[in-house]
Design a protein. Structure first.
Length: 37
């Protein structure tokens, strides 16, 4: 039971970190694009 709990917690934390990284990359990309214009 505890293994499943740890797995779900890891999945949620990993997903949040992944989404945050993707958002930061997108923001940086948009800023670079605006600089070119």
């Amino acid at each position: 039971m505890s293994k499943l709990l740890f797995f779900l917690l890891g999945l949620m934390i990993g997903g949040l970190v992944g989404v945050t990284l993707m958002c930061m990359l997108q923001i940086n990309r948009i800023n670079e694009y605006e600089k070119e214009l």
